[in-house]
Design a protein around this ligand. Structure first.
Ligand SMILES: O=C(O)CCC(=O)C(=O)O
Ligand SMILES: [Fe+2]
Length: 280
């Protein structure tokens, strides 16, 4: 049995953190992000949820209603409600592209660029981040909006080696779930059976039988300021939110100078988005 404690290291203990990351393929870096960085991103995303609510209201309800998850499900299953792809994606818990590209989210990569941890984990002197990052909201009592069991490599075949950094922006516990991940799966092959997105936009779940159940760790509790770092092959999935709180999180994919990407990425030190060669 792997326990959350086995994966957790104070962020300032960089050498210990690197040893855990290399051994387990999952690291919970405790107290990595300063409170003001987390707060600024959380406030920005909370305001963005209010904007999403404005798109929902013409359908006769609000994201703040107790039955909002059921109302959203009914709405999206109604063939007569013509909902654009943009809105559908947003109603499934994703923040829209303009939010994900906005400057306030860059506070997180900017801080990480000032801290030794990711440089050490990736053995690099320069840090890059895939653009855009992902940001998600999960409504209270919502079991939709869950990413099925996957490895990030299957969603990011355009990058060489990279690590995933998952950032909770609210306290995560067993009720307000974050993720569960499988330790020591970071050297596994890519396990996806078929590379085709389902109607909900996700790839079909990989078979949990590919890993030993005893290696599964529910990554809770976590405090704002803690981050989860995983390898590109580490198996993981979302947990439901059965609490009366909204879950807010964002996730980034970082790579170093020995790696590459054929899509847009952020050169963090230069604060510049680099476009793929063909698009320049
Ligand atoms: O936020 C989630 O529920 C899933 C996140 C995830 O799969 C990731 O950060 O790679
Ligand atoms: Fe993922």
């Amino acid at each position: 049995m792997v326990d959350l404690k086995d994966l957790s290291v104070e962020a300032k203990q960089v050498d210990r953190a690197k040893a855990v990351f290399e051994r387990e393929g999952i690291l919970v870096a405790k107290n990595l992000l300063p409170a003001e960085v987390v707060r600024s991103v959380a406030d920005f995303l909370r305001d963005a949820v209010m904007e999403i609510d404005k798109t929902v209201r013409p359908y006769g309800f609000s994201l703040q209603d107790a039955d909002a998850p059921e109302r959203l499900t009914t709405l999206m299953e109604n063939p007569e409600a013509s909902i654009s792809e943009h809105d559908r994606h947003m109603f499934l818990g994703h923040f829209p592209l303009e939010v994900r590209l906005a400057e306030p989210l860059r506070a997180i990569p900017r801080f990480l660029n000032s801290h030794p941890l990711l440089f050490d984990l990736l053995s690099t002197e320069r840090l890059y981040a895939h653009m855009p990052p992902t940001a998600r909201y999960v409504l209270p009592r919502c079991s939709l909006a869950r990413v099925p069991l996957h490895q990030d490599i299957s969603y990011n075949r355009h990058m060489g080696d990279f690590c995933v950094v998952w950032v909770p922006l609210v306290p995560i516990d067993l009720a307000c779930g974050g993720m569960a991940a499988y330790a020591r799966t970071h050297h596994a092959a890519e396990l996806i059976a078929e590379h085709k997105n389902a109607a909900d936009g996700w790839l079909a779940p990989i078979d949990s039988g590919s890993a030993d159940g005893a290696q599964r760790v529910v990554l809770a509790p976590l405090e704002p300021g803690d981050v989860v770092i995983m390898g590109k092959r580490t198996m993981h999935e979302s947990m439901p939110n059965s609490s009366d709180r909204m879950r807010l999180s964002c996730d980034f994919r970082f790579f170093g100078e020995q790696s590459h990407s054929t899509k847009h990425y952020l050169d963090i030190a230069a604060n510049t988005v680099v476009a793929p060669a063909a698009a320049q």
